[in-house]
Design a protein around this ligand. Sequence first.
Ligand SMILES: Nc1ncnc2c1ncn2[C@@H]1O[C@H](COP(=O)(O)OP(=O)(O)OP(=O)(O)O)[C@@H](O)[C@H]1O
Ligand SMILES: [Mg+2]
Length: 220
Amino acid sequence: MNELITIKNLSKTFNKVEAVKDVSFKIKKGEFLGIQGHSGSGKSTLLGLLAGLEKANSGKITYNGSDLTNMNEDELALFRRENVGVVFQSFNLIPTLNIIENIALPLFPLNISKNEMIERARKIAKDVGLSHRLTHYANELSGGEQQRVAIARALINNPKVLFADEPTGNLDSKTGKKIIELLKELNREKELTVVMVTHDNEIAKNSDRIIEMKDGGVIR
Ligand SMILES: Nc1ncnc2c1ncn2[C@@H]1O[C@H](COP(=O)(O)OP(=O)(O)OP(=O)(O)O)[C@@H](O)[C@H]1O
Ligand SMILES: [Mg+2]
């Protein structure tokens, strides 16, 4: 497998807290990577840096050779749109939009007809097993269904990498397993690279490789 992301001596400090400290590793194309570590060890911060949502203080992140850390805001926004999908622990759905609209949300700023938006959202909804719920509102769905909507929304622009921060953290273990199965299926069948933060050992076992963080550093 070839390399997709190279992280070199990456650091991020908030005021005086060194949230991510001199971290270096590589992520391969098509890999399912788990990131583990205690609360406060820097997992979410690292994910935010890799997804281009936060700026590093020092170090380098390259995707297929192009340097994320040198990009300005506009370049970053374009980069994120073309490469990255993010799923958060809390689903972050818009309650006043129905499912299909929530999934299509990242397409709103693009120059795409409403019909095409709906068509694309419908297709992704099918991929994540949501076809029967398209006109429901977010608060009418179970936790597992809401997480599926969040995953569909993250996939709508056909990203190369999906970053998931505790995607099963708000779900019971049975529903959590189903979400993991979905992520694994997407990883296998669409060759989507998945980077997943979890502090659940059982969930982490689904990864091809696990990186463990402690006090901002990678210890394993
Ligand atoms: N915006 C911020 N401002 C100040 N400090 C922050 C900020 N974000 C994170 N931190 C600090 O950075 C450290 C790492 O936080 P981070 O959220 O990355 O941890 P985490 O490993 O994701 O923890 P958890 O498992 O609880 O989600 C913590 O000490 C946290 O308090
Ligand atoms: Mg976190």
